[in-house]
Ligand binder design. Structure first.
Ligand SMILES: Nc1ncnc2c1ncn2[C@@H]1O[C@H](COP(=O)(O)OP(=O)(O)O)[C@@H](O)[C@H]1O
Ligand SMILES: [Mg+2]
Length: 210
């Protein structure tokens, strides 16, 4: 079975500063993995490389079996990404925000309603985003990230600034989505989350444990 993610000595510098230092890890299909590290330890930079948006200076990686340097479009079409500073438009309603992004991905109307239902936002289409709580905004950002039914979802600090109850229900939702798998029954969620650490020695030590 192809690993969902496989990195080999992934490294990225900005000038002389090493933001991601020789990071190797693997993530199996159906797994939920937390990639932890303090601010500035290279988590977002790692995700940008895995999405084929940023070139590594050294090392390599495959995502869903595709090489990040040679097949970034394949990767992005099959992945969802919820950025740490996700962009939803305050002036648009919930439904309009989803329509805007769904249009870009070619997602049909029926699928949009199904996506809203999956994140518990069905019936809220006409609400203006500006009036939503942080927890609901975050659900909308998730809906946008999963609208095209990605096989792999990158969540960059999705619950920062969210109250504990909304955070809990967000993670319940993520576990439900993972348990749905891709429908062929081959990749059930392994049941446990797993933790990787970003940043220098931590990442190396962790890589050795996997
Ligand atoms: N485009 C960039 N140019 C210069 N430095 C950057 C750039 N992107 C990230 N960095 C630096 O790389 C380091 C890692 O950043 P980042 O991956 O955003 O960390 P994290 O997501 O773990 O907080 C930080 O010191 C950050 O300032
Ligand atoms: Mg970050």
């Amino acid at each position: 079975m192809t690993q969902a993610i496989q990195t080999r000595s992934l490294t990225r510098r900005f000038g002389s500063f090493v933001a991601v230092d020789d990071v190797s890890f693997e993530v199996g299909q159906g797994e939920i993995v937390g990639y932890l590290g303090p601010n500035g330890s290279g988590k977002t930079t790692t995700i940008r490389m895995l999405l084929g948006l940023l070139r590594p200076d050294a090392g390599s990686a495959t995502v869903l079996g595709w090489d990040i340097a040679r097949q970034p479009e394949r990767i992005r079409a099959a992945c969802g990404y919820m950025s740490q500073k996700f962009a939803i438009y305050d002036d648009l309603t919930v439904g309009e925000n989803l329509n805007f992004y769904a249009g870009a991905y070619g997602v049909g109307r029926r699928d949009r309603a199904a996506t809203l239902a999956r994140v518990g936002l069905l019936g809220h289409e006409r609400e203006r985003t500006k009036t939503l709580s942080t927890g609901w905004r975050q659900r909308l950002a998730l809906a946008i990230a999963i609208g095209h039914r990605p096989r792999l979802l990158f969540l960059d600090e999705p619950t920062s600034g969210v109250d504990p109850i909304a955070r809990r229900s967000f993670w319940d939702l993520i576990y439900d989505l993972a348990a749905e798998g891709d429908g062929d029954g081959d990749h059930p969620l392994h049941g446990r989350g797993r933790i990787l650490r970003a940043g220098g020695d931590h990442a190396r030590r962790q890589a050795a444990c996997i």
